[in-house]
Design a protein around this ligand. Sequence first.
Ligand code: G3I
Ligand code: 9MR
Length: 551
Amino acid sequence: ITATAADGIKLNQLGFLPGADKVAVVPDGAARDFSIVRAGSDTVVQSGTLGPATNAPESGDTVRLAHFASLQTPGRYQLRVAGLPDSPPFEISASAYQAVNAAALKAYYFNRAGVALDAAHAGIYARAAGHPDTQVLIHASAASPARPAGSVISSPKGWYDAGDYNKYIVNSGISTYTLLAAYEDFPAYFQAQRLNIPESGNGVPDILNEARWNIDWMLTMQDPADGGVYHKLTNLRFDGMVMPAQATAPRYVVQKTTAAALDFAAVMATASRVYAPYDAALATRMRTAAQQAWRWAQAHPRDYYRQPADVATGEYADNDVSDEQAWAAAELYITTGDNAYYQALHAPEQAMTVAAWSDVRGLAWLSLARHRKTLGAAADQALIASRVDGLAQQLAAAWQQSPYGITLQKKDYVWGSNAVVLNQAMVLLHAYRLNGKRAYLDAAQSGLDYVLGRNAVELSFVTGYGTRSALHPHHRPSVADGIDAPVPGWLVGGPQPGQQDKQGCPQPYPSALPARSYLDHACSYASNEIAINWNAPLVYVSAGLQALTPA
Ligand code: G3I
Ligand code: 9MR
């Protein structure tokens, strides 16, 4: 299957929780009504009137919305409109997103570096270990008196960043934090979840077991001599499309950067409070590591990443670290209660934005909002609430005006657009938790609907989930493992008009329109790669909707 001219009914192919808002996108035609039938039958259980026809410039089509929130009886259904094929089948179920949520977390296990995946946990995706990273070279850009260029450190474990096999602290920062945030916000949900990973059953929730695999690696990326943190652990060039065990190029740690130190500090401060009930010594170690990285960053406020001439892998370069500074300050304040960190946050100057690896200031506000009841007097409660609600209002307004009924706007179709819509949903869920405005919950639902099929290319962007899902992600194990089906549970990057990969692709993109500029081919790293920072808001939002949607 390839995503070409998709002109059918578009909806969340997994379905809906009984109490959720429910919307489908219908291409404009002669019909003015829709019905819902029991899947595979002509038994009509509900009918309704389509909304007004609206032109969607991002996808170049004219569509109408079908609203059917009042359908709440569990079952399997299809949406029917005269003149069109029936929609893909979907379920109404109280556990609609449990499986995709568990798979999105299990995907991290499948991307573990430095360990064999055994059949008991990985099933058909079992594979040999690769990238032990116990003999990692200090790159010239990272040399220090105690660790000269060419000397060797051990920096094992961690997750591969994406479809490539490198490990990047900046992107690990937002990814790991978002999983920890999901746990902080929905602890009961995750305490009940079992992922069948090697640590399952050890008394620690599996989401924390999985995050720990990456945190253990992150801890090794800090230079104990000064608290600085290496930006990345990488080959000099990207590996070919081979399995991990076949990828044996030398590995390096490259340049200590301010962004890496601050993202590291934010994650370790967060982890310190999250793991404290399970392991007090570990929590202390994380807190100390966070403070040491923070101090290094204060002494090196502008050490931006500069890709060395001999290194060609992912950059995650960013010349504005004011957001990383604010985020680290917020997490250190929440964890330590030390007012000096709140002052360092410069709260009134910090805008609220939708988080991305290069802009993490919104994470500071989300964490402050989450912990508002236990913050000290220094924290401005009204400001915290108004920052989160202010952005949610903007997102809800965009949602209300959108032809597809989504929060994505033209500017949001960037590399990793599927994570943009889910990070928007994460903000909306936080705002809903703060003030209970139902529109925020419904707008957040639209974000999950979008990635699970209510989009212009009518595809579930999560591998293995939905009747018609992405089949050919730019993901080295999925390409090289000899198994037709891609490794499941991964969110692909999604449509964006940059098409930076098109020279290397044997087939053209089906469209240049932002919402259709997507190629389901393994060549397409600009629209069809997978990445740890894109799966993390999928984990958050799919759990959040399960936990927050009223029955
Ligand atoms: O910052 C500019 C902005 O000023 C400008 O307006 C905008 C216009 O397109 O571009 C912005 O830069 C973008 C940059 O991300 C920052 O968001 C670039 O266009 C865009 O090409 C770049 O994409 C990044 C991509 O690497 C290429 O560097 C993605 O965000 C990032 O997710 C992706 O990450 C890769 C890793 O490097 C390697 N591992 C896989 C991973 C996922 O593809
Ligand atoms: O595989 C790489 C992918 O993980 C990155 O996101 C992407 C952009 O940095 O680059 C990919 O590697 C490509 C390289 O940039 C150019 N030659 C082809 C590589 C894909 O196999």
